[in-house]
Design a binder for this molecule. Sequence first.
Ligand code: NAD
Ligand code: MG
Length: 382
Amino acid sequence: MAENIVLLGSTGSIGVQTLEVARNLGIRVSALTAYSNIDLLERQAKEFRPRMVSVFDKTLAAELKNRLAGLGTEVLSGPEGNRAAVGIDGVDTVVAAIVGIAGLIPTIEAIRNGRNVALANKETLVTAGRIVMAEAERRGVKVFPIDSEHSAIYQCLAGNRKQDAERLLLTASGGPFRGKKYHELTGVTAAQALEHPTWNMGSKITIDSATLMNKGLEVIEARWLFGFTPDKIRVLVHPQSIIHSMVEYRDGSVIAQLGQPDMRIPIQLALTWPERRSANFSRLDLLKCGPLTFEEPDMETFRCLRLAYDALEAGGTMPTVLNGANEAAVKLFLEGRIGFCDIPRLIEEAMLTHDVNTSPELDDIIETDRWVKRMVGESICI
Ligand code: NAD
Ligand code: MG
């Protein structure tokens, strides 16, 4: 079990729930990092008394330093803050809960420092899965998924031989627009897209759930975590979000993991595996949860899912283009500058323009991400 953690992205949805788990289990927290929410970071630092906190925004770091004077907590900022946090002595596990590709470098550095990683930041594996998993293997560290579907698959594979598993069945809630057709989605607003039916999450992943890009990113995440090719990863829409994913074996047996949609369950498991600890999280009452249903995803309407399979097939830097174009487009959509259906359109345009580098290094991935974000930004200014 993890005993001493560093939490990257402590003020977000996963970050806050991780601290709840750490509080319940009595896990020591050696560093907290966040982008700009110093009010929450201050409260968290005063409760958990980490050795270090870092706020990405440099101007806010000075203010936070004043507020934490006398606490004995070092206050850092910028990329150096994340880097220093993942290098603190005595830490066994880094919880990677930053949103977007911003989480990639700190996560890789955590692995290079020999830390186990409890991984929420799926964009890390989407953009650099091959590099990250190879590095983890070389250093002998564990990458345990926090994403509920991947946590489910991890559990469904445990105790079985991987070569006996035929397919991963990744479940998707379908998001707030399930059942709608493309023409009905052109006018939807950010407020409508932010209303997720079953999960309460940060704004970027909530939009990704509405476009089904989240499931596309998860297909790529599953490819790297479990080593299954895209044709062996099937997405099923399951609106109740009770079955978090399944594995189908060659004898026809399907193993599923069930539970309430409550991220504290997979977060805790990532910190205690292979142990399980008692917790008073929401319990599943099978008599009350109603029928469990399944549908084929509509990839004509929700084109982001199809684009993610295409990007995975193309390989190399293409998933970075998919991810970077999506991050840029979601930001523009949240700012009210583009429509909902412009998200897949901009991603597809970026993918069509891109010349794939089939065996990128980390620097190529960072450069590709910068290129695609610039391009998406410029394309809407004309
Ligand atoms: P969020 O927007 O609520 O939180 C993001 C956190 O990252 C914040 O604390 C923010 O301050 C921090 N951050 C951003 N840039 C940073 C930087 N450069 N340095 C330090 N901190 C930085 O997002 P979230 O919903 O908690 O999601 C976090 C990650 O977990 C995402 O990759 C998401 O896909 C994944 N995830 C989330 C959920 C969920 O239920 N929320 C479920 C599965 C996976
Ligand atoms: Mg998920």
